[in-house]
Write a protein that binds this ligand. Structure first.
Ligand code: FE2
Length: 335
């Protein structure tokens, strides 16, 4: 079975091809806002402009034609309305024109499933960290007895305000970075020294806005940008470690995966790896290209779901901007 996956929930238009779990291609093109945040309309314009090129690149890298595709999978949400719709329209158009089956998948579910697959860690505790999301996830145990793939993801803890990636992007814009992206800020932070900042963990939940406000205030008052950037990473990552370690102890899980855009950060990987080593927990993280928003993970997750549960007619599928993982069963109409 060959599946084409389309990702368009935020700044990246990604199209990947997967054949029975094996990634054949993972093409992508990212809209980079300069001096501003993501404008939904501009992200949508970008995705519609590059759609055909990314599709052709994906098919040619996978050495398949559109006729070879059995299933078209698309990211159904959560995401930003305008860019999200470009991917969905593309998926439904291709499915209708070429007579393919189509399936919508939850973006967070896709990050979790591709990471489990590529790290070989099945049924782990998951720390999902990206621009818009920060969650500690677990699969409910009765799922395992039924021998079905995870559709009962449960949120143990999460951010109570902004996503951790949004914290870095917003701070980056405040200090005038031209391309305010976490990776650019991480480079600046390398030369900094630690300054104490607000630290807020509530059980397994997290709060980042006070940290952002104080960091911005200190920069306005003349603190060195690299010191505050460094301390922003140190503080927020320490918060993630505390909440995740609490979840590990409570659930008695012996495996941890980190996934999502911020999972690419080497400092975070190093802190989680050290914590897991001390706690006797196996730690896994997928290669960077699968922690970015990408089409291969959407193809992979669509294939997993389709093989177990089939799909619905093309008319059924529509975007869901606030699609939380707890809604998957209801949306997929799985008993
Ligand atoms: Fe993502």
């Amino acid at each position: 079975m060959i599946t084409l996956g389309i990702e368009s929930t935020a700044h990246t238009l990604g199209i990947g091809v997967v054949e029975n779990g094996k990634v054949l291609s993972n093409a992508m093109d990212t809209y980079k806002p300069i001096g501003e945040g993501i404008y939904p309309r501009k992200a949508a314009d970008h995705h519609s402009e590059v759609f055909v090129n990314v599709l052709e690149e994906s098919l040619s890298k996978a050495r398949v034609g559109i006729d070879d595709i059995d299933l078209i999978s698309f990211a159904q949400g959560p995401g930003i309305g305008a860019p999200l719709r470009v991917g969905i329209i593309g998926a439904k158009y291709l499915a209708a024109k070429y007579g393919k089956k189509v399936i919508g998948v939850n973006h967070a579910y896709a990050h979790v499933k591709i990471s489990e697959h590529l790290t070989g860690l099945k049924n782990p505790l998951v720390l999902y960290v990206s621009g818009g999301n920060t969650q500690i996830l677990i699969e409910e145990p009765h799922e395992k007895r039924e021998n079905k793939p995870g559709i009962r993801l449960h949120v143990l803890g999460e951010t109570l305000d902004i996503g951790i990636g949004n914290l870095f992007d917003t701070f980056g814009r405040t200090i005038g970075l031209e391309y305010a992206h976490g990776a650019v800020l991480a480079k600046l932070a390398e030369g900094g020294t630690y300054v104490e900042l607000p630290y807020t963990v509530k059980g397994m939940n997290l709060v980042f806005s006070g940290l952002l406000t104080q960091a911005e205030k200190l920069v306005r008052e003349g603190a060195k940008k690299e010191d505050i950037a460094h301390s922003l990473f140190e503080t927020s990552f320490a918060m993630l470690c505390e909440a995740t370690e609490r979840a590990l102890f409570l659930t008695k899980k012996k495996k941890l995966i980190v996934c999502g855009g911020v999972a690419q950060n080497r400092k975070l990987q190093e802190m989680l790896r050290l914590m897991c080593k001390e706690d006797g927990v196996k730690f896994g993280v997928a290669p960077d290209e699968f922690n970015r928003d990408n089409g291969a993970m959407i193809a992979y997750a669509g294939e997993v779901l389709f093989k177990k549960y089939g799909t619905h007619p093309i008319q059924y599928w529509k975007p869901i901007q606030n699609y939380r993982v707890e809604m998957i069963k209801e949306i997929m109409r799985i008993d």
